[in-house]
Design a protein around this ligand. Structure first.
Ligand SMILES: [Zn+2]
Length: 606
């Protein structure tokens, strides 16, 4: 006899899967906990065929109706943890808390020890609680496991114990809460918990408002990024180290245009340290992005023409920030960068003053002469006689004798995009923005979202000398527009003779209009590039680094700008300058105004 056990429910689910492929993948012996449900949906998206999303809806409805049919409910006994292990753990915890509180340490030291103790203890306590409750057959515990209603942490508060409460500032209140919500708190426990309860309620409201506002500012900068054509035919892309499998698989290799699946990835990993893949950041489609530069979506298919990948990017990053805000509500801030929302907001808003957590940046190439600490504990780093100030909240990451390049970070912290772009160009800014956003978010999100955001925040230049391009001095234009002009007198030159010349075509993340420095040339040589296309049009442009609050206002589509703020200024300027707006563009605002062509284009397709 097999020790594998299945249930009628598991067989029912299997019978509901729409394709043989999906049914073959589905394991009826698998417990449908949170990960199980996740994999079930992934299986449907991958193997469920065209209408897999319908099956997901049908499954959901089946789950509801079956729960009603069998009368699934959670009786009070579902919330009663009467194990002796729980009492032992609580006594041990109370003893340790008392030891810390009664010690002769400073208040800061006590707080720190309490945080560490609560953090390490809560995990073990919740695990033991969940195990016991599931073991005793609690339906509430099973629901928490699937994520259908509540989660294991909430269950632990209802059946185990909240352990410690905090005041509105996040400081622990020195009373151990031994009763669970199921049992009912004592008067003292209730009073202690009321502070946390109230501040949680307020913070939940406030904390969803901030990422919501960020979403509203981000979306107008991205919503024109629609998939418009099959292939823009670019040979350009961005490099990833071969170890970053997640960012490589599902895309097309730049140059060869080969699709990179598991097998091809394995082949590449034998011979290459890095792979150049096509990217929405470097796509050269006339409007929006092409299918090949985007690569495959989560469902294993290319995005359809008309798919708005910009809004998907904006939605994805904002959703995660909302979650991050909710889960870090009460933690004392870790590090000086703040939580994920604060870090992302700082980087995207990119304030001209008061940029948070700013890292030191080398303003020139050279040798580090000295690293000194000032009487105020800040740092002064001398490079070739030029002093660089580093705030005391950062740690230097270079030492005397090191060689640094213009634009290199000198300390921990976040590079200010304004300074980085000034020193290394728009391309380097995009590259840094992408990788820093990924640091902030962790590896859970698709890198292409960050690539799209970087390309749209850092895409404007201001014309200083128009040369023979016909632009006006002071005109602010997207990089894509100057590329068209530069192509006219573009010529291919050897990398070795390209210093000081202007790029006419994007290469790696470097954008057209970049004046090549010897650092750029070193970087390109390192990537195995031997020639570049340069222009002699005499054009000179300076990159603009706007923040989320100002980027949209640079858009040349005046109707689209009406989706943002400063409406009166936008209308006045548009009237004064005779501005035009293409009603057949990928921008959804013109479609909205006219009530036509959503995601379709002039002839029914882009
Ligand atoms: Zn493309």
């Amino acid at each position: 006899m097999s020790d594998k056990i299945t249930t009628p429910g598991a067989i029912l689910i299997k019978s509901m899967l729409p394709t043989k492929e999906a049914r073959d993948v589905h394991d009826i012996y698998r417990v449908l906990d949170k990960k199980g449900v996740h994999d079930l949906i992934l299986n449907l998206l991958k193997h469920g065929g065209e209408n897999s999303h319908d099956t997901i809806n049908t499954l959901g409805q089946t789950f509801f109706s079956k729960a009603t049919e069998i009368g699934a409910s959670t009786p009070l006994s579902d919330y009663d943890n009467d194990s002796s292990e729980r009492q032992t753990m609580l006594s041990e915890f109370e003893h340790k808390v008392k030891t810390i509180i009664n010690s002769k340490k400073s208040k800061e030291q006590k707080d720190k020890e309490l945080i560490d103790l609560a953090d390490s203890f809560q995990g073990d306590f919740n695990k033991a609680n969940l195990k016991y409750m599931v073991g005793k057959g609690s339906t509430a515990a099973k629901m928490a496991l699937t994520g259908a209603r509540g989660n294991p942490d909430q269950l632990a508060q209802a059946t185990g114990s909240p352990l410690l409460s905090t005041d509105v500032k996040g400081n622990f209140i020195p009373i151990v809460i031994k009763k669970s919500f199921g049992e009912g708190l004592s008067t003292a426990e209730h009073l202690a918990m009321s502070y946390k309860g109230r501040s949680n309620t307020v913070l939940t409201q406030l904390s969803t408002a901030l990422p919501g506002a960020l979403f509203k500012q981000l979306t107008p900068n991205l919503f024109h990024e629609v998939v418009t054509v099959q292939d823009c035919k670019t040979t350009n892309g961005i490099n990833f180290p071969i170890s970053e499998k997640k960012s490589i698989i599902g895309r097309y290799e730049a140059g060869t245009n080969k699709y990179i699946d598991e097998y091809y990835y394995k082949e590449l990993s034998h011979s290459k340290k890095q792979v150049k893949v096509r990217s929405p950041m470097t796509c050269e489609a006339h409007e929006g992005v092409c299918q090949k530069c985007y690569g495959l979506m989560a469902n294993g298919r290319l995005p359809t023409i008309g798919e708005n990948v910009g809004v998907i990017a904006s939605q994805s990053v904002s959703e995660v920030l909302t979650q991050a805000m909710l889960s870090t509500k009460h933690r004392a801030k870790v590090g000086s960068g703040g939580n994920a929302y604060e870090q992302a907001s700082n980087l995207l808003n990119n304030p001209a003053e008061n940029f948070r957590d700013e890292a030191g940046i080398a303003t020139l190439d050279g040798k580090v002469v000295s690293v000194k600490q000032t009487p105020l504990k800040d740092y002064e780093i001398n490079i070739n006689g030029v002093n660089h100030f580093i705030s005391r909240i950062q740690q230097p990451i270079i030492k005397a004798g090191d060689h640094v390049k213009r634009g290199d970070p000198l300390s921990t912290g976040t590079l200010n995009p304004r300074k980085l772009v000034e020193l290394k160009g728009l391309g380097a800014g995009r590259k840094y923005l992408t990788s820093k956003l990924r640091d902030i978010y962790g590896s859970g999100l698709d890198n292409r979202h960050f690539e799209l955001i970087s390309r749209n925040l850092l895409k404007y230049v201001e014309v200083e000398h128009p040369g023979d391009t016909g632009f006006l001095p002071g005109q602010k234009i997207p990089v894509a527009q100057i590329e068209k002009h530069l192509r006219n007198d573009s010529k291919l030159v050897a990398l070795s003779s390209a210093e000081g010349k202007m790029l006419s075509q994007g290469i790696l993340e470097m954008v057209p209009g970049t004046i090549l420095t010897h650092n750029h040339i070193d970087e390109l040589a390192k990537a195995g590039i031997s020639s570049v296309k340069v222009s002699s049009s005499g054009l000179k442009v300076n990159p603009i680094v706007p923040g989320l609050k100002t980027a949209k206002l640079l858009d040349s589509n005046w109707v689209s700008k009406l989706s943002f703020n400063k409406l009166r200024d936008t209308l006045k300027d548009a009237a004064a300058t005779g501005a035009e707006s293409n009603i057949h563009s990928t921008d959804p605002i013109t479609s909205y105004v006219i009530g036509n062509e959503f995601g379709e284009g002039e002839n029914g397709k882009y």
